[in-house]
Each structure stands twice: as C-alpha cells, then as structure tokens.
Design a protein around this ligand. Structure first.
Ligand code: SAM
Length: 298
C-alpha cells in the first residue's frame, strides 16, 4: 500500500465515520474506561505534529479506542504499538487497521503491562520512541508516573489530558497548580502546552475541557540529587497539607520534637521555614533533600 493510499484511509476522526464504525460493531461507550473518542482532525494534526515522528521512530499509543489516532501514527511512524484494555475494541481495531503492517494491537491494561518487555518486542529497530495518546482521564496520573519512573528510553510523551491536569504539569512555583505532579513531571521532562481542546471535539463530549501537552524527556533530570527516592519523599511531605508551612509539614517526617532543629536547617538552606511547599523550586527541593539526608531525617 502506498503512503497516499494510507493517507486517504486516515478518516476515522470525523463524527460520521466514528458513528458508522460504532454502529457497525454495536459498540457502546463505557464511561468507567474514560471512553471519549476524538473526532476532530485539526486536533489530531496538532498531536501528530507535536510528536515529530518519522519512519525511523516508534510510537506507543495508550488507549487507541477505535483507532482515530492510531491510523495517523501509522502513517507517520515506522512502528506503532497500541495498548487497549477494552476487549470489545480489539476486533474493531483489527478490522480498521487491516492492511497496516506496522501496527501491533496489544490487549491489556497499560498499568499492568511490562513496558520494558513491550519495548524489546515492538521497538527494537526504532531510533527513538514516543508515547502519543488521548489518555483515559481516570488514570492519567498513574500512567504518566509509570512512564516517567520506569526509565524507558522515551523521546517524549505527547498526550491529551484534562486541561486542569495539563496546567498542573506545566505549572511554575508559586501558584495553586504547582504541586507533586508538576515537580515529578518537570524533574524528568520539559513540558510544553500544545493546545486547548474543547469538549465538542469528542464523542461523547466529556464535561471538562482538555489540553494536549508535550513532555520532552530531559537527557538528565532537571536537578542533581543524591537520592531520588529521598527527594520525592521530601516533596510529598512538603505538600502533605498545602496550607501548612514547610516547617510544620516536614515535622511529620522528622518528628515533632525536631521542629526547632528543622527551622534552623531550613534557614541554613536559605529557605524561610514559614514558606509553603508550593513556593519552592526544584533546585531548592534538591538542596533541602541533601540537608535532610545529612541530618538523618530522610
Ligand atoms: N485514542 C482514542 C481516541 O482518541 O479517539 C480513544 C481515547 S479514549 C479517551 C481512552 C481509551 O483508553 C479508551 O479506548 C479506553 O478503553 C482505553 N483505556 C482505558 N483505561 C485503559 C488502561 N488502563 N489501559 C489501556 N487502555 C485503557
């Protein structure tokens, strides 16, 4: 099949074609699986452009649905693996992807999938691999954390998420959106908001706006830390209760009897003890973690 043929077939992302496929297979949406299918070609163009794919690269899609994004990825990338949890969608995907020999449909829950093994199996010949997906919103954060923490050789993650979650990932210190998710994402990646997506771009329409965000994996983490686990432990403790001061939140780690000592330790790091977790930069968290390690608190 020539690439122009493939391109001519890339037509699932329209309301009529989506409705046709759904009708043909008697498919009914499951809200519990976050099933909102994209029917807006302009948004698909933006997702695919942001992923910067080419035939030497691979794409991992999470939740292909009926394949609207999958077929576009198959046009651009050398290899596509699409992991779908819903058994009912597997025959539909096999049907709509027929003739595309660079697509593997994998049935499973991405949170339980052995991703390093899948990498070996599907992407061994690819120069680089990106995750490109319209994520199921009920599990966005666990999926992103799994992708970041498993140390996969990823080039980038380009995903549709709830607008509010995209804003949290990209947030700078000092605002209400900045939190543990912002720090985890920014530690591993450089986030860039690609576009805001209105709910009318999906069937059925979700009751929130969405956004496409690109997380470009950094070659090295944003800050140098001696102990990554300790760094994230400190970050989580600092946000345990958002309204509390750092000194109070960190006392939960150190023990209440060390509150005074903690105050001095924070001052020693150049951090006022009455500041709140949401005001610290990643660099300040790195310095603070080292001091807390030194003091035997973490
Ligand atoms: N990619 C399609 C599109 O853009 O039209 C569908 C996106 S829809 C928002 C999310 C998809 O993720 C659904 O097909 C759903 O069945 C699937 N899904 C939900 N939870 C999943 C999980 N844990 N692992 C893999 N797929 C999942």
């Amino acid at each position: 099949m020539t690439s122009s043929n493939l391109r001519a077939r890339a037509d699932i992302a329209t309301p009529n074609r989506t409705k046709d496929i759904i009708r043909k297979h008697g498919f009914t949406f499951k809200k519990s699986l976050g099933q909102n299918f994209l029917v807006d070609k302009n948004i698909l163009d933006k997702i695919v452009a942001a992923a910067e794919l080419n035939p030497a690269k691979g794409a991992l899609e999470i939740g292909p649905g009926i394949g609207a994004l999958t077929e576009r990825l198959a046009d651009e990338a050398g290899r596509v693996a699409a992991v779908e949890i819903d058994t009912r969608l597997i025959p539909i995907l096999r049907d709509v992807m027929e003739g595309r020999d660079n697509v593997a449909i994998v049935h499973g829950d991405v949170l339980k999938t052995d991703l390093p093994a899948l990498w070996e199996e599907q992407f061994a010949a690819c120069e680089q691999v990106s995750v490109v997906a319209n994520l199921p919103y009920y599990v966005t954060t666990p999926i992103i954390m799994k992708l970041l923490e498993e140390g996969l050789p990823l080039e980038s993650i380009v995903v549709m998420v709830q607008k509010e979650v995209a804003e949290r990932m990209a947030a700078a210190p000092g605002g209400k959106d900045y939190g543990t998710l912002s720090i985890a994402v920014q530690y591993y990646c450089e986030p860039r908001l690609v576009c805001i997506v209105p709910s009318g771009s999906f069937i059925p329409a979700p009751n929130v706006d969405s956004a496409v965000i690109k997380l470009k994996r950094r070659p090295e983490p944003a800050v140098i830390v001696r102990d990554e686990a300790a760094f994230f432990k400190v970050v989580h403790a600092a946000f345990a209760q958002r309204r509390k001061t750092l000194q109070n939140n960190l006392s939960l780690l150190a023990g209440k009897d060390r509150k005074q000592e903690l105050g001095a330790l924070l001052e020693g790091c150049g951090i006022k003890p009455e500041r709140r977790g949401e005001t610290l930069t990643l660099q300040e968290y790195a310095v603070l973690t080292d001091a807390l390690l030194e003091a035997g608190v973490v």
